[in-house]
Design a protein around this ligand. Structure first.
Ligand code: ADP
Length: 650
């Protein structure tokens, strides 16, 4: 996956690491440490001589290599290449005629407005870091916007009915993907479903996203020009065009930050050389856009490393601007991806003051800056997508190097498990299925879906076979080496396996091999296909999710909702959402194993088969129990709302 690739590339791409005066490190007394249980002070040790010469920071943007771009699952193929122009002139909006005119190269400087003049202070204050808290006291607003009303804002159609007596709160979601505009994984699902659910809970939600060129044309066509301004960025000495394109849908306002220089490549994630500047720009532009629109949220809710700098900007450069009054929440969807690069480069692009490049905030390993780590230090609350993952990431095994930092901030960390969108995932209305079904008639109709799936995939058509599905990114995270190791034992003549996914070549090839070797019983669909995924959830008997780690996991939730029993490893959200079947009491939702071990996975599959073949009555009971289980967003959204209210008690 792109994010994974990009992160792993970091070491190769580091720019020059300049020599600089030694900087003593100290613990990071970041605020909000209340009720820290296992507080682990951030390292005071390592008398490593630090490097920090900003002058020598090599702006790496132009070296972008686009070939590594990962496929975007829901992206329109259309890529607009004509504006490749690297760091010369800010590119104007393509879809906004008036913007295009105004932003034409010649006029740009005129509009550059106070931003240019005022953003400077951070630059000048490059003084060596003193031994003091990382919270910056004297930062100036980086962007000064003209008043917003460039064009008439569209009227919000309140399609979603508010079903809550809780006090109203306004929330700005800031993240890098959102279904159906752009999605590469679970983050896209959450950015779609949670705002809609929050709208029902009396929240005024605005979702701020990059306007990637890969957003399907049907949505590009619906966007309305909302305004534009110019913003300085870091130490580039330039002013960058920020267009705002708006789309209002089901009570949620989507504001797309437009700048073709950063967002014209087809895929959201390419490599860190491009992605670091891109998400520095995006994080800053998102806050500047809120000020510009004069829409000041109570809460800024940021997602993953791509928006990790938002809480840092909020408490430094934007502290004295209107949006500076907002509280911030940062949600970790997957800790593996953190946005790490050498300090000079991130200083160059972000323009953040030196104080934030301390061990308590962005600095890590004495030479690198970690955008997610900085966000975690500055956010008022940290959430992750399940309670177990919230605990796991504080351990060395799952902490991805941030376990100490997370333990230090554990007082503001909590887990809220994801849900699934019942509009998108509903076997009663799902148009992709051969036959629709609900809780009352699942037992009859699931067999029809199984037969249709077998036919579609060229498997032996036999409802008596036990069909196991696997729908996943094919990466190291997902436990596929365990699956590979046991396929021959699983295929016992009564079992069929269907894999749907794309990713690492080694797994793609292994599954293709099994398909060739076991024609009629093993199907490898090496593709991203939403509709087929729905048919597998409906037609399979069980779904495998043997992940090495799994922050929440959505596939097990989808499966349960479609009456397909999950077989999962007890980690992260899998542990929180799948109760193991108990042979004695008949309780439970699926089959589980704990240690990361192929033998234990095989054992769990065999337990599932045993129940299926020997005790269908009880199997069917679990099918119905799973379909009846509430895996909607409603409960999770209430917990988010509760947290917003806790943060904004006025
Ligand atoms: P992650 O975010 O780590 O990829 P999740 O389980 O949280 O995993 O979310 C995966 C989502 O993507 C699910 O909705 C799943 O159905 C979908 N998905 C994964 N792979 C495919 C694929 N090849 N085709 C269609 N949908 C897929």
């Amino acid at each position: 996956m792109a994010r994974e690739k990009a992160n792993s590339q970091k070491k190769k791409m580091t720019g020059k690491k300049a020599e600089a005066p030694a900087v003593e490190q100290k613990a990071a007394p970041v605020k909000e440490t209340a009720s820290v249980k296992e507080t682990v002070p951030v390292k005071e040790t390592a008398p490593v001589k630090e490097t920090a010469s900003v002058k020598e920071a090599a702006p790496v943007k132009e070296t972008a290599s686009v070939k590594e771009a990962a496929p975007v699952k829901e992206a329109a193929p259309e890529e607009k290449k004509e504006e490749a122009a690297p760091a010369k002139e800010a590119a104007p909006a393509k879809k906004a005629p008036s913007a295009r005119k105004k932003a034409a190269a010649g006029e740009k400087e005129k509009k550059a407005a106070p931003a240019k003049k005022k953003a400077a202070p951070a630059k000048k204050k490059a003084a060596p870091v003193e031994e003091k808290p990382v919270l910056v006291e004297e930062a100036a607003p980086a962007v000064e916007e003209q008043p917003a009303p460039v064009e008439e804002a569209p009227v919000v159609e309140e399609v979603i009915a508010v079903e809550s007596n809780l006090p109203r709160r306004s929330i700005a979601f800031i993240g890098s993907e959102c279904h159906p505009f752009v999605k590469t994984g679970g983050l896209g699902d959450v950015m779609y479903a949670l705002p809609r659910e929050l709208a029902r809970l009396n929240c005024d939600v605005r979702v701020i996203l990059p306007r990637y060129a890969c957003i399907p044309q049907e949505y590009q066509d619906k966007m309305v020009y909302r305004g534009e301004f110019y913003m300085d960025l870091g130490k580039t000495g330039r002013n960058y065009y920020v267009g705002i394109m708006e789309y209002i849908w089901d009570g949620v306002v989507y504001d797309f930050i437009d700048n073709q220089e950063f967002f014209s490549v087809g895929n959201p994630y390419t490599n860190l050389v491009d992605d670091i500047p891109k998400y520095c720009f995006f994080s800053k532009a998102a806050l500047a856009a809120l000020n510009y629109m004069n829409w000041i949220p109570d809460i800024v809710h940021c997602h993953d490393w791509q928006a990790g700098l938002v809480p840092v900007y909020l408490r430094t450069l934007f502290k004295d601007s209107p949006v500076g009054r907002a509280k911030s929440v940062l949600t970790i969807h997957n800790l593996r991806f953190q946005g790490v690069y050498n300090i000079p480069t991130i200083q160059y692009w972000s323009g953040l003051p030196n104080e934030v490049f301390e061990m308590g905030a962005l600095k890590q390993n004495w030479v690198d800056a970690n955008m997610l780590k900085g966000g975690l230090a500055y956010a008022d609350r940290i959430t992750t997508v399940s309670g177990t993952y919230a605990w796991e990431i504080q351990t060395r095994e799952y902490g991805e190097g941030l376990e100490e930092h997370l333990r230090y901030h554990s007082g503001k960390l909590r887990g809220i498990v994801n849900g699934i969108d019942y509009g998108m995932w509903n076997p009663e209305t799902d148009s992709a299925l051969a036959e629709n079904y609900g809780l009352g008639n699942v037992l009859e109709h699931k067999m029809a879906n199984k037969l249709a799936l077998q036919r579609e995939l060229g498997l032996e058509e036999d409802t008596g076979k036990f069909v196991i599905g696997l729908i996943s990114r094919l990466t190291n995270q997902k436990g596929l080496d365990l699956v590979n190791a046991i396929i021959p034992q699983v295929l016992d003549g009564n079992t069929q396996v269907v894999v749907l996914g794309t990713g690492d070549k080694q797994y793609e090839d292994a599954f293709r091999y099994y398909e060739g070797a076991h024609k009629g019983t093993f199907s490898a669909c090496i593709q991203y296909d939403e509709a087929r995924a729905h048919r597998i959830y409906a037609g399979a008997d069980a779904l495998l999710v043997p992940s090495r780690f799994e922050p929440c996991g959505l596939t097990q939730l989808n499966a349960m909702h479609y009456g397909t029993l999950p077989i999962v490893r007890e980690t992260g959200g899998l542990k929180d959402t799948v109760e193991p079947y108990n042979d004695f009491t008949g309780d439970g939702n699926g089959f589980t194993f704990d240690r990361y071990d192929a033998g234990l996975l095989l054992d769990a599959i065999n337990r599932a088969k045993t129940l299926y073949f020997n005790n269908r009555y009880h199997w069917d009971e679990v099918v119905q129990r799973d379909m009846a289980k509430d895996v909607s967003w409603e409960n999770s959204a209430k917990q988010y709302k509760q947290m917003y209210l806790e943060l904004t008690q006025w």
